[in-house]
Design a binder for this molecule. Sequence first.
Ligand SMILES: [Zn+2]
Length: 101
Amino acid sequence: MIHFTCDMCGKDLSSKESQRFIVKITAYAGHDCDHIGEADLDEDHMETVAELIRRGETQDHTEDPGRFKGFRYDLCCSCHRRFLEDPLNRDPLRLLNFSKN
Ligand SMILES: [Zn+2]
């Protein structure tokens, strides 16, 4: 049997009653903006720019796997809710309020 615990608070998620949420985060380099100049943003070139961006994104995945990183977390119900409210944990004041509870 696979044992699951919440990756944020450590709560045991193996029992049938506990709801488990999976969060997947993918980080990879965006398209290099140096390749897109003022002229490329002209309406006539929008299709080309879109193609450049499409190619840029697939290149980052295939040619440079070091810049591509995926994360997978198991979260309990309350941590999942907290994650959705502030995925990047950018609000330290909110965290202070949580710890007072
Ligand atoms: Zn949790």
